[in-house]
Design a protein around this ligand. Structure first.
Ligand SMILES: [Zn+2]
Length: 269
């Protein structure tokens, strides 16, 4: 599934291709994605002002409202020339002047595109989202307030989008390893100083993944069609029963909230 780093990588990939361009039209080859895609006629002629990301949503701010795009379970969004022939899962093209288009490829069709004339931050998909992990508001103090009194496993809390957005399973596993915290530890038992370590670990893991150009997903391609390679630098995720890269202890695999979880019984307490 495209996670925050993949979406941010996509944002950076498409931004130079579409900012300042006018939308000239669109092709909805398959408008039935997670929700039906409905684009208003007045969007024709709208100029793209900015490309932003909020959680795993890409936001195209235009002179006539905003497009809110989600890549779903398997989607990718790429900028290309208009004459590129579509493949079987290329469900939506948004066309721009000077022969550019954005193409949404989405084999499983869990992606979505919404248009809103209101402030996109108030849209129902966006309004209740937690803080951005790479924003200054996400720090030890914030995390410590969020864990207070909570009995849920710290890993589940970290993956709760109402608390902090975009920390998917892989990044939660990796962050807890870096911070030396057991994934199943009750959130409320994580001390202030360990919250500090954990917030820093989350930021570091996500930042590193973004620098690596995405990714974790085997068939992920960024906005320009390049593949990511972050998966080569994972410490615990996908390494169950292999030796810990830090101490050599055999890594343990468990399920936490139904999600594959791997940790080092010695390095993580
Ligand atoms: Zn270890």
């Amino acid at each position: 599934m495209p996670e925050l780093p993949e979406v941010e990588t996509t944002r950076r990939g498409i931004e130079p291709a579409v900012v300042g361009r006018r939308i000239t039209g669109w092709q909805l080859r398959q408008p039935r994605l997670r929700w039906p895609v409905v684009l208003p006629d007045r969007l024709r002629g709208a100029r793209v002002l900015r490309v932003l990301r909020r959680a795993k949503y890409l936001i195209l701010e235009t002179s006539r409202g905003a497009l809110i795009i989600h890549l779903g379970m398997s989607g990718s969004l790429r900028a290309m020339r208009t004459r590129t022939p579509p493949g079987p899962h290329d469900h939506v093209d948004i066309e721009f002047d000077r022969e550019w288009l954005l193409r949404l490829t989405d084999p499983r069709r869990f992606g979505s595109i919404h248009h809103t004339d209101a402030d996109w931050r108030t849209h129902w998909l966006i309004a209740d989202l937690g803080v951005e992990p790479l924003d200054p508001g996400f720090d030890g103090a914030f995390l410590h307030r969020a864990v207070r009194g909570r009995r849920v496993a710290i890993k589940n809390l970290l993956m709760d989008a109402k608390v902090v957005v975009g920390v998917g399973n892989i990044y939660a596993n990796e962050s807890l390893f870096l911070a030396g915290i057991r994934p199943r530890l009750a959130a409320g038992r994580v001390t202030r100083s360990r919250c500090e370590l954990l917030a820093n670990a989350v930021r570091e893991v996500l930042a590193r993944a973004i620098r690596a150009g995405g990714t974790t997903l085997r068939d992920f391609v960024d906005g320009a069609g390049r593949r990511g390679y972050f998966s080569e630098s994972l410490n615990v995720y996908g390494r169950e029963d292999l030796p810990c890269l830090q101490c050599g202890t055999r890594l343990k695999g468990v399920r936490v909230g139904q999600r594959a979880t791997v940790y080092c019984p010695k390095c993580q307490r």
